[in-house]
Design a protein around this ligand. Sequence first.
Ligand code: TYM
Length: 329
Amino acid sequence: MKRMLSGIKPTGGLTLGNYIGAISQFIKYQDEYEMYVFIANLHSITVAQDPKELRQNTKDLIALYLAAGLDPQKVTLFLQSDISAHAELGWILTCHSYMGELQRMTQYKDKTAKGETNITAGLFTYPSLMAADILLYDADYVPVGIDQKQHVELTRNIAERFNNKYGETFIIPEPVIPKVGAKIMSLQDPTKKMSKSDETTKGAIYLLDEPAVARKKIMSAVTDSIGIIRYDEVNQPGIANLLTIHSVLSKESIEDIVERFSNHGYGDLKKEIGQLVFDFLSELQDRFKEIKNSGIVDEVLRQGKEQAEQIAYKKIRKVKRKVGFEIVK
Ligand code: TYM
């Protein structure tokens, strides 16, 4: 069975973008692949975190994974910091990454372009840690939204470089990007990605938003003055984004939705999507509450740690041998 791995940072609230670009893919593929899904808490501290909030966000993220439908019998769910091999391999791969390639990574480039001065060294080198996350488990596939594709490509380059220098060590992974929903856009500025740290919270639907509040956000989503419902990312990015959200939640194809709404206005479309989002969040949150009250989260993490460490520690030993670290056998 081919192996698949992915992770999400426990920073701030998770958005509908995270669900559509990442979590819904994990669920879709959990029967088909040997799946590893983790909470990328080492990555979260590349920007300042409050420890209490981080702990809470971490617990919420595990409960959300489970509420969304990840089955711990099929998926190894674990906390990145529980497996120290991530940090070890992260360092080794940082020393096999070039400043130039890290400087080309969008997140760093965007922050420097905005003139931000308090960028940590961790934020600069984190793509090498992400490479370690993936290569440590010999993942064949990495399901992510389009914004992470660049990092998986860097991972491939680092893996090839390492294999060439030390002999076959790592599997070269491939990104898996969803056909619909690879980049959900902000509801207030549909030319920008929907993001956890959206400047206006009206632009993002958070998975733990009150369903009625989320519905209002859909109703006030920015569209255009063209007035025709069709899928045109360039000229009607707001409507294209809404159609995408509809399609993913309803499982109806975009063409069918467009056809059904051919004689309708934007208000009707928004009303239907608002209801879909309302129902989706209500159900998800009911399960989320049940899971949080059940105490299952700790047990899932304990089991996930045991499973993940077997693979990770074997791999890190091999890497250490290859680079010349291991002296006493
Ligand atoms: P993070 O936490 O920023 O995002 C988690 C996942 O959600 C996807 N995503 C979106 N997809 C569609 N539309 C959006 N608006 C949207 N916003 C976010 C992201 O593409 C991602 O798949 N570095 C990673 C976490 C990570 C990781 C890994 C992922 C660490 N190590 C190893 C895969 C494999 C990150 O910051 O994702």
